[in-house]
Design a protein around this ligand. Structure first.
Ligand code: CMP
Ligand code: CMP
Length: 308
């Protein structure tokens, strides 16, 4: 299972329009242009030691941005990456600038902030940690940099150039973002999040499929994942206090979630969850849950009061 990265906020208007149309909506001319570019593409190679290569490989192994790539593609990315050392408070990306590369954090932390429409002061959005990638938006959607990113203390980054990103990473990254977009928009729990936060959540998802009657969660087990039900019906059951037989305590349909309790409280699973019909779920591991759903903790806790 992978570790994470995450975001906040609304897409800039022009960007939202591009996304609504879909990045590959015009077929022939654009596709042909893209094809020709691929033919001519010669990947950048920044010479580095075997140890340096391995260090980069280890970092990108944990980054969602590269999770759709095969080993050969990962090697190309590693070869193209260039180390960049940042000093304390250095501005790595400035909102509004043109974007020419994506960064992966090797060490240190960086702060992301943005000046919203009608405001003069920047709003802090999030902190990037080792293994996380940023600066992908400008490259994915051919837009100006949407936020400013500064190194908190000293940090080390790996920079990936636009050409290699476009040819090796871009399509898979867009596919992953768009795969769950429609589903996520209807998840009640995530209603308070904006498009940007939601699309980042989908990057942390792993698919999980079950047959009717399968046990998805077993009461008493250690909890490692949280689930969203994409398709099908499931239910939770447990032996209530003073009773001797298991009772159904919750029903789940598309858009519902379960398995959050043991991640919130670090305790064993509090109920069984079983598939009533064939089910498609997406799961999120503990680390992603904390990073991405942390801001929703209050809502999760409030919803918990509804459990018997
Ligand atoms: P990019 O627009 O290329 O450069 C700024 C980066 O900040 C952006 O890509 C994202 O990687 C990152 N970012 C994090 N949160 C946000 C946000 N809420 N809106 C826009 N960009 C964000
Ligand atoms: P968790 O304890 O991680 O795994 C079992 C899940 O069942 C639990 O999280 C909740 O998401 C869900 N659940 C639904 N109803 C109840 C209930 N009454 N008590 C405990 N868990 C419940």
């Amino acid at each position: 299972m992978q570790e994470d990265d995450d975001y906040v906020e609304i897409l800039p208007e022009d960007l939202a329009k591009k996304r609504a149309k879909g990045p590959r909506s015009s077929v022939s001319a654009e596709a042909f242009g893209e094809f020709n570019k691929k033919e001519n593409f010669k990947a950048r190679v920044v010479p580095k030691s075997a140890d340096a290569k391995q260090a980069i490989m280890d970092k990108i192994a944990n980054s969602f941005m590269f999770s759709g790539l095969d080993e050969k593609e990962k090697q190309i990315v590693v070869d193209a990456m260039e180390e960049k050392k940042c000093f304390k408070k250095e501005t790595v990306i400035t909102e509004g600038d043109e974007g020419d590369c994506l960064y992966v954090v090797a060490s240190g932390t960086l702060s992301c902030s943005k000046i919203f429409k009608g405001q003069t002061d920047p709003t802090f959005l999030k902190r990037y940690e080792a293994g996380e990638a940023f600066g992908e938006l400008a490259l994915l959607y051919n837009a100006p940099r949407a936020a400013t990113i500064c190194s908190d203390g000293e940090s080390i980054l790996y920079a990936l150039d636009r050409a290699t990103f476009n040819h090796i990473v871009k399509d898979a990254a867009i596919r992953k973002r768009e795969k769950y977009e429609a589903f996520l928009a209807k998840v009640e729990l995530l209603k308070t999040m904006d498009d940007y936060e939601r699309s980042a959540i989908s990057e942390a998802f792993q698919d999980a499929k079950y047959e009717a009657g399968d046990t998805i969660i077993k009461q008493g087990d250690e909890g490692k994942l949280m689930y969203f039900l994409v398709e099908g019906e499931a239910f939770a059951s447990k032996v209530l206090e003073g009773a001797s037989v298991e009772e159904e305590v919750a029903q789940y349909k598309s858009g519902d979630y379960f398995g959050e309790l043991s991640l919130l409280h670090n305790e064993p699973r509090q109920a069984n969850v079983k598939a009533r019909t064939a089910c498609c779920c997406v799961t999120m591991n503990r680390h992603s849950f904390k990073r991405m759903l942390g801001p929703l903790e209050e809502i999760l806790k409030r919803n918990m009061d509804l459990y018997v």
